[in-house]
Write a protein that binds this ligand. Sequence first.
Ligand code: OGA
Ligand code: MN
Length: 244
Amino acid sequence: MDNDSLDSRRYIHFLRHTVLYALQTKDLVSNGDFGHDDTLFGLIADDIYQQGYSIRHNALPDSLVQALTIQQQAIPSIKFKEAGIGRDNLYAKNEFVRTDEICWITGETEAGRSWLSWSAALQVFLNRRLFLGLFSFESHFAHYGPGNYYKRHVDAFKGEANRVLSIVVYLNSGWALHDGGELVLYKSDTDKEGVKVTPLQGTIVAFLSEEFPHEVLPAKRDRYSIAGWFRVNTSNKDKVDPPV
Ligand code: OGA
Ligand code: MN
């Protein structure tokens, strides 16, 4: 096959991917089974605009918290995989950096669909308000057993322009201060103090993926969260990224 037809095949593939994603997002947004809270989305957008991150307590709609909690508890432990670092061929388990387990969220369950619908609505809102150009979303449940941690890291590296905005929500009812397991969000590479967030049910944390190193401190009890990433489209004629 000559180069031109290879290029046009890639281009068609890319267009198809873009259109399919747009349709899927539209469908998710219009078929959400509960109202989206534009007031909350507005607060998150303002926080991100002003300081690059947002921490909002009791923010995730209660019906969604309940549905996700039931879903996460129903996942057999065999489906949770020990988390790796990096993507694709860079994937390698690294005990030293993180010891949690994860399970990717797909649209196969009602709760999964509701979550994707909620995040799609947030994506549309943030694109309109902040012109972020967020294009796709990926997310997983995470389970940290007692003593598990995730050392200081960034979710995206500068220049790779892929993961743009990280979001974390928590599903732990009755979390006490002495349970530990805080997320520590550092405001820069040199910040040693950071902002501590208790992983309490309904709390939402969103931050610019390249700008905020963060870590998860060991907890004394099981800790459940969802971590997700909004990504921009960095496809070109040689590579479809994010992958289909
Ligand atoms: C992550 C992450 C934070 C948390 O999965 O990349 O930083 O509080 N999670 O679970
Ligand atoms: Mn992270």
